[in-house]
Design a binder for this molecule. Sequence first.
Ligand code: PA5
Length: 401
Amino acid sequence: MKSKLYFEYPNINHTLFDKIVDETKEIGYYNLPDVCVDDVYEKISKFADKKYIVVVGIGGSSLGTYAVYNYLKSVKKITTKLYFLESTDPVVLRSVSKKINFDDAVFLIISKSGTTVETVSIFKYLLSNKPLNKDSYIIISDNGSPLHSLALKNDITYFEIPKNVGGRFSVLSNVGLVPLAMIGVDIKKLLLGAKSVKDEFFSKGEIYNALMNKAFMYAKNSHTYDINCLFGYSESFRGFSSWYVQLWGESLGKKQLNSELHVGLTPVGLIGPTDQHSFLQLIVEGIRDKSVTFIKIKNFDFNTEIPDITIEYLEKMDYINNHNFAELINKQADSIIESLINLGDIPLDIIEIEHICEETIGELFYYYELLTSMVAKLIDVNAYDQPGVEDGKKILRGYFN
Ligand code: PA5
């Protein structure tokens, strides 16, 4: 993974690094790449012949898993069917459950708190189709949660989410590892990718410089360039994009710890080239409040060519003939990057990854988690709580009482 910045922040204060090192002692996600996963493989082996894996969870309990699945599905032969039930939307519930053979399915009930209304309501619906039993259900939760008690009492396979790993930082814990291992993703490689970024950052390699510059630039310009666009040049980034939006938005939009001031940075997930025909106009000619990070894939490993065909009246388009689509999409990215560099007033950087594989999505996760923690420190917010979502939950309960 290469992280190339077209800006440099001149006043980096390196004590941020010491603060992050301190935080590694209490915040669990930092050390997830070092965790041994043999236990995961051992415990899921009894479900090996199941044809349908259904992730039941929302937010941090599903977005990371979906990001990996969406990223790898074009390059990996995934024969087990994976479905996500996260929304209370009855339309989705109906259409997904129609596709599942309940007798051949394993439902992964994933919730850190164990009391999330979306997850619990869907769980109830599933139970009405398939009663709780140890061949059809797996529970992933916090030790001591109501779901944990349920698992213990009914002898349901249970995986723990470490107490100090927050929902949106949990993709590299059992939350993501268990479902991903069940569909054949090499979770050891996923963790190796994350570990390579971890090691490079903490040994102050190249990634360290990129992340420090980025964190300071975002934080110090958080009142001017307060919108951060992540422009991934592949459909394979759609899931990652949603994961990024949750991580960045829910971690950084807060009241400051030492004041009552509302602060935050607004994430926008874009996909190229589709969004060249949409949001790009706003970046180029709209208010100068956006930074842009491009993510490119160096080797797509697909050589599909644009055939040497001339279409009557469209002879001018023959310049693309005999080039392959991978080259076209990357040149499209490059042309937009060049056009933005030419403008000179849009903070811009590029992340380039080698291939679509487990390692590179592991790298991306860890890179963005680190960046989030660093920016949070600099803008003086707690990245790991989300008090702003609580009132709505209370009001909802009130509606039903
Ligand atoms: O990041 C977070 O903490 C949240 O987005 C949670 O992941 C989300 O609310 C789901 O919570 P739970 O895992 O407790 O069901």
